[in-house]
Design a protein around this ligand. Sequence first.
Ligand SMILES: *[C@@H]1O[C@H](CO)[C@@H](O)[C@H](O)[C@H]1NC(C)=O
Length: 485
Amino acid sequence: MATPVSSISITFSFLFSVFLVSLSLLCSAKYGGALGGGEASQAQSHHHTLHITSLSPSSVCSSSTKENSKKGSLKVVHKHGPCARHPDSFSPPTATQVLTRDQSRVNSIQYRLSFNPNRNTLRGSKVTLPAISGSSLGTGNYIVTIGLGSPKRSLSLVFDTGSDLTWTQCQPCAVSCYQQQDPTFDPSKSTTYKNVSCNTASCSQLTSATGNSPRCSGTTCVYGIQYGDSSFSVGFFGTDTLTLTPSDVFSNFFFGCGQNNQGLFSGFDGLLGLGRDPLSFVSQTASKYGKYFSYCLPTPSSSSGYLKFGKHGGSTGSLQFTPLLTSSQGATFYSLGVTAIKVAGNTLSISPSVFSTAGTIIDSGTVITRLPPAAYTALRTAFRQQMTRYPLTKAMSILDTCYDLSKYSTVTIPTIDFVFGGNVNVPIDSSGILYAGSSSQVCLAFAGNSDATSVGIFGNVQQQTLQVVYDVTGGKLGFGTRGCS
Ligand SMILES: *[C@@H]1O[C@H](CO)[C@@H](O)[C@H](O)[C@H]1NC(C)=O
């Protein structure tokens, strides 16, 4: 990967200064301003049989009957699926575009983690991201709706376990706002909004939360965060009341009020940072929720996903817990240990050191799970052996094991299980095994890293329909099946 570190530094300083200059102009001008469910039968216990029609994205949102039973939880929908609050006003990206942008996100995560043997000091430096095209925020994201300000305004935010700062675009959009679905948040219309001053500890914390030192505009703290060379948000650091549900209200919540925002963010209003840094949503709400949250990511055409904070009495009976590894993957990411992979019930022959060399993180924003090259090769070989009756076809972006299923009405695929530390066996839902461009190009939904030392990532396609529990204080991650139903 090319690493034009100094040019990024210049570019990003430039963004800050463009913002600060435009801000002073503004002041002097006194401007006012995958795959669906569709399992046909469980023919044999180690295979899934799927209807080919279930492989194409649906244009119909299938609503959940149990939505109201998840009290106090936020509804999660896929950003590009038919259940999004404003479906269809932006055309969804193609499967290939999603995969290309997914690789940009993975490149930036791996770059952030590749520097330092102890992997903790990197983010304090000024430059953390490579110059890569496209948004490293990725596109296969999930959104929740929260309320901000007094009176509260509804905002649709991507939730991201791979970043920390929560931000939304703000009026007067001093430099630039991209097109979003809801009215842009206007801090001047909120009676509870306050700017954060430069000389505060919270302002200093931006350095670790964003990878960039804060700046000042007058006495107001200015944040900047970039997700790749074409995606960033720069603006005032402020606090306001954040409302999740009527009984979950947080006053003085720290967030970025973006005045200069660009990238491939269309369709949502900002980001809810669920990483581990002190400024993340998870840390800021720790006194109420004890750094405990859980979600189920629905398939793109289902409305039954949720994001829930705190334990509040939910049964954890069917959950199995694996240790959350704290020290190895920086201040933001959630790391866990993969110990084995099974295909059709058979454990692949992969040396444990293949997984332990680079480690693995779980990320809500990465689409396709990334594996060390030796693990991916073993998975691909075993999968192909189970699929010999179907014709292979050309690769789709990062996915190299694709089949032409256009002449079939059903397909029978092997089960895939991941085994995490503590012998936690997680069966991957059938929606997380195949990724379809069309019925003539249906691919194994996993990819190999280009080298053995790059971190592995358990991505969101493979997390679909699982209940995933982050017990950060307890140092463990829980997994359960059929989490969305
Ligand atoms: C926040 O600070 C900026 C820059 O100093 C200023 O333009 C804006 O009016 C302030 N907002 C509030 C609500 O104080």
